[in-house]
Design a protein around this ligand. Structure first.
Ligand SMILES: NC(=O)c1ccc[n+]([C@@H]2O[C@H](COP(=O)([O-])OP(=O)(O)OC[C@H]3O[C@@H](n4cnc5c(N)ncnc54)[C@H](OP(=O)(O)O)[C@@H]3O)[C@@H](O)[C@H]2O)c1
Length: 330
């Protein structure tokens, strides 16, 4: 049995598919035979040299597949389990930890069981989005939300998700709603149904001139907890700042490092990878997927099959992506 990987040999080099060894698990790792991988904006950015520790390397974060081997201390998984998970090459710099291989090593703490009614391509859309949303909600110094549970009751608190139709936004909506928060989201009208399917109570078009007023009205007398700005780019604050001003300031979790911080608003950059999300993966995601409380959204858009398709998938990812996640089947 052998492995194949899409190697990156240097900045802006094309991916090179070649044979590689099947990784060995550490005590707390699992080895996954990947059947679908999703593409994130960071993947083509890494191909262009962003935060690559050494070459050759293997990129990729989002995966779904079948457990091939478990480490000596792993109890939640066994060989043959269907799983989804988040690969850690961005932090470890190790080629074995990149998702763009047939076999990848990931921490067991960053994986969950994929139920039989959710296929691999659907499962692969979630891990990065969940971990990014989770950092803004749960890690020390961020919003301090309660974790989701199986039977959360409305708690009278409101979270705003700016960019509710991004994959990070869809995950943020689902996490907050499953912990009892009311979620107000923004997106283009074409994606309002997606935000509602994820659980948003109200959705507004961020291009509407009345969006700040509409959101403030929707918050009403409920307690405003914070805004997740999944778009993060400086221009997004043209809309986010007036919303926050209507609510007299507060906390913004941001997918991009922020520039000068608007008055009365704390803006904090999120890196969506780390052990902070282990409690979610270990205690909630498996059951929530099985019960349907956590949906595999947005829809995967499969743009190829095989590691050779990744180069094309990166190009698609660098174009206009709306209401879906770009996926390659393996
Ligand atoms: N820091 C991290 O660890 C981390 C991790 C993952 C992602 N990210 C970043 O987070 C962002 C979201 O990633 P994603 O993959 O979840 O996104 P995505 O699914 O590709 O989101 C695309 C959607 O973003 C919305 N959008 C694009 N430009 C916009 C703008 N100027 N104003 C408002 N909405 C806009 C559009 O929604 P509509 O079509 O509804 O208008 C578009 O459909 C990206 O910038 C990504 O680089 C960061």
């Amino acid at each position: 049995m052998s492995n194949f990987s899409a190697f990156l040999d240097g900045e802006n080099k094309p991916l090179r598919v070649a044979e590689s060894h099947i990784p060995t698990p550490g005590p707390n790792d699992i080895i996954v035979r990947n059947h679908a991988v999703a593409i994130n904006t960071v993947d083509p950015a890494q191909q262009a040299g962003f935060k690559v520790a050494r070459y050759p390397t293997v990129l990729g974060h989002d995966l779904a597949g079948i457990v091939h081997e478990v480490g000596s201390s792993v109890t939640r998984f066994k060989d043959g389990d269907r799983v989804l998970g988040h690969a850690w090459q961005f932090l470890t710099g190790q080629a074995e930890d990149g998702a763009f291989s047939l076999y990848t090593r990931i921490p067991a703490g960053n994986a969950a069981i994929l139920p039989d009614n959710i296929d691999f391509k659907q499962g692969s859309v979630l891990p990065v989005a969940i971990d990014t949303a989770a950092r803004g909600f749960y890690d020390t110094g961020f919003m301090g939300l309660n974790l989701p549970t199986a039977d959360a009751k409305p708690n009278g608190k409101v979270v705003i998700v700016y960019g509710g139709s991004t994959s990070v936004g869809v995950a943020a909506i689902q996490l907050a709603v499953n912990a009892g928060y009311r979620v107000i989201a923004t997106s283009s009208p074409r994606n309002h149904d997606l935000c509602r399917e994820a659980g948003a109570a109200d959705v507004f078009d961020y291009k509407s001139l009345s969006v700040a007023n509409d959101i403030a009205k929707s918050v009403g007398n409920d307690q405003f907890v914070g805004l997740w700005n999944t778009i993060g780019i400086p221009e997004s604050f043209d809309v986010v700042t007036p919303i926050m001003q209507k609510l007299s300031g507060g906390f913004v979790a941001n997918t991009k490092p922020s520039g000068p911080t608007p008055e009365n608003i704390t803006v904090k950059f999120v890196l969506g990878l780390g052990e902070y999300s282990y409690p979610l993966w270990e205690h909630w995601i498996t059951d929530a997927l099985a019960s349907g409380k956590l949906k595999a959204l947005p829809e995967p858009k499969v743009v190829g099959k095989g590691l050779e398709s990744l180069e094309h998938a990166f190009k698609v990812r660098n174009g206009d992506v709306s209401g879906c996640k770009i996926v390659v089947e393996l």
